[in-house]
Design a protein around this ligand. Sequence first.
Ligand SMILES: [Zn+2]
Length: 255
Amino acid sequence: MRNRRWTYMAVWTAVLALSITMTTACSDGKAQGGASGTKAGGSSQVDPVTSDSPSGSQDEEEEPADPALAALVNKTHPLQDSYAPDDLVMVEVPTIFQNAEVNQLRKEAAEALKGLFAGAEKEGYKLYARSGYRSYETQQALFADYVNREGEAAANRYSAKAGQSEHQTGLAMDVTSDSVSKGLKEAFGETDEGRWLAEHAHQYGFIIRYPEGQEGITGYIYEPWHIRYLGVELATKVFDSGLTYEEYANGNQAP
Ligand SMILES: [Zn+2]
């Protein structure tokens, strides 16, 4: 549809703008997902926006307000070391840590998170925001700690090297529940809260960024707790496509 063109443009524009290459990782504490080992540097395969953009579409949609919201960040599309969002705010939902830094998200994402949690609560599910924004320095310290404890190869599967974490964008949040002791566990995906999140996150603008069985594409193990804000329109398209964001952003979307 006609929206697609803008979507792709937004994605690639964002990639270029941030000159990123990152990898994500949720590492905050224990089981998370993170980066992987393929390090990357900034290679960018920024290939053109899809060549099959519909011709003749007349009603283009409005241009996204902030292309960075659609930025693809992974091990091969890292962020610049110096990148830090300028509109971080404290989230207004239940959190776990006292550390103020991780309780932040970019303003638009924080507002969407509030709506998401309210939607869950309406259905009787209580969610907690465990880890959101992480600065380059925080991620660097975290990754070093994981490497110390388990070695780099292991750390790379669930945590990200600094600059490669989606958490540095201020658009990712690790969500959890009492049913998994507020931890980051794969079992969260099988809980009522985790299932609700997977089915409804897109309605609030988020996607489950690291789906099960897609480690080869995303670079991360299954992380049912890691959600990434893209805005309702784009998140819904990605959800409906059934693809990982890597595949979607590369234009491999099914018709
Ligand atoms: Zn995460």
